[in-house]
Design a protein around this ligand. Structure first.
Ligand code: AMP
Ligand code: MG
Length: 349
């Protein structure tokens, strides 16, 4: 398949109209959102959703998020929307929050991975909104990466994963947030966070009072089964082995530094370190130092994370050690993704 690749600066670009027509007629288009790039197809068309799973190599029990461009459209796809959902929509939509509802029959099971619930998000990115409107339907869109790889946060990331697999890629530069949306299940009496993201637990509590959290996702209990199917898979993974080193910061630095210094003779492996800017100078013998940004700027760390995991692949790194990024608001989202990228490989000091 020939993939059309276009760079688009703003929501008025004629390419968006063309992309919308492609989606309506059953094609797949990757597009920017404020979180990560999405791989979009017509959410109400079972054949389009099937194509999304094929293009990504995604397990078919892992449901897709349905994107809308107007809160008023919610009731076309969701049943019995509770009042709290409108409170959250008013506060966080358009934006990086996905809510789960009972689905209307109009949403095919191919889109919801066989579930009777549907995940809905209203993105704030103007190009995403323009595309949804231009399509005249709702857009099912998982992250536009090959299943298992880090989510794409730039047009180049999408091109390297999806070239030849989809109809079109809309590139509008790097994503502002860089981690996927917070997911909250609104079908429970007390809403439950299924995936941490930019919208933190505290922000949700401030808006609607009590909220729960899926223990399998937050407490990193590897025996519990996460309710969001996507949280069950190894995800976001670089090609090299990744270990997170956890504990007192000085000990973490000296442990990682030692690994880069005391390598087995003749091993011939390349070592990388994912670190904050403050510690980036501590690993002179690493083959690649991936500086995620200052501990004072957690938004920067979040937005760079997936690019750094991909850069480790480009640098052909075999062994990667990462510091912990236990920052105040985004820390749980950053660590949630990093822990999955590492396949739960955590060295506790
Ligand atoms: P992605 O779009 O790649 O960020 O993946 C979407 C995430 O939303 C995955 O983790 C899915 O398992 C989750 N998700 C989508 N729909 C539902 C649903 N109805 N119930 C629970 N989780 C969902
Ligand atoms: Mg994904």
């Amino acid at each position: 398949m020939n993939t059309i690749y276009v760079k688009v600066k703003d929501a008025g670009d004629a390419a968006i109209g063309e992309a919308g027509r492609m989606i309506r007629s059953g094609g797949l288009v990757a597009f920017p959102t404020e979180t990560v790039y999405g791989l979009g197809g017509n959410a109400l068309d079972p054949a389009s959703s099937k194509k999304i799973y094929e293009a990504k190599g995604r397990p078919s029990d892992n449901p897709l998020i349905v994107h809308i461009a107007d809160t008023a459209d919610l009731e076309q796809i969701a049943e019995s929307v509770p009042p709290a959902a409108y409170v959250l929509a008013k506060k966080f939509w358009p934006g990086p929050l996905t809510m789960i509802f009972h689905k209307k029959p109009s949403v095919p099971y191919e889109t919801t991975g066989g579930l009777d619930t549907v995940a809905v998000r209203f993105p704030s990115h103007p190009i995403a909104q323009a595309l949804i409107k231009a399509s005249g339907t709702f857009i099912a869109a998982p992250s536009a990466n090959v299943s298992g790889r880090p989510s794409p946060t730039s047009g180049e990331h999408v091109l390297s994963d999806m070239d030849g697999r989809i109809d079109m890629i809309i590139d509008s530069g790097p994503c502002e947030i860089g981690l996927e949306s917070t997911i909250i299940d609104m079908t429970e009496e007390i809403p439950v966070i299924l995936r941490p993201g930019y919208v933190s637990e505290q922000m949700l509590r401030d808006a609607v009072g009590d909220v729960g959290r899926d223990p399998a996702v937050f407490d990193e209990d590897t025996t519990a089964r996460p309710k969001a199917p996507g949280m069950r898979y190894r995800h976001y993974a670089p090609k090299g082995s990744l270990a997170i080193v956890s504990g007192d910061r000085d000990k973490v630095i000296s442990y990682i530094r030692r690994q880069t210094e005391e390598r087995p003779a003749g091993e011939g492996k390349r070592y990388g370190v994912i670190t904050c800017t403050q510690d980036a100078g501590m690993y002179p013998l690493a083959d690649f130092v991936a500086d995620a940004g200052s501990l004072e700027d957690e938004n920067e760390i979040a937005s760079r994370l997936y690019d750094l995991l991909r850069r480790c692949d480009e640098e052909k790194i075999d062994v990667i050690f990462s510091e912990e990024f236990d920052t105040p608001r985004m820390g749980s989202a950053i660590m949630n993704r990093l822990i999955r990228a590492a396949g739960h490989n955590i060295i506790k000091l």
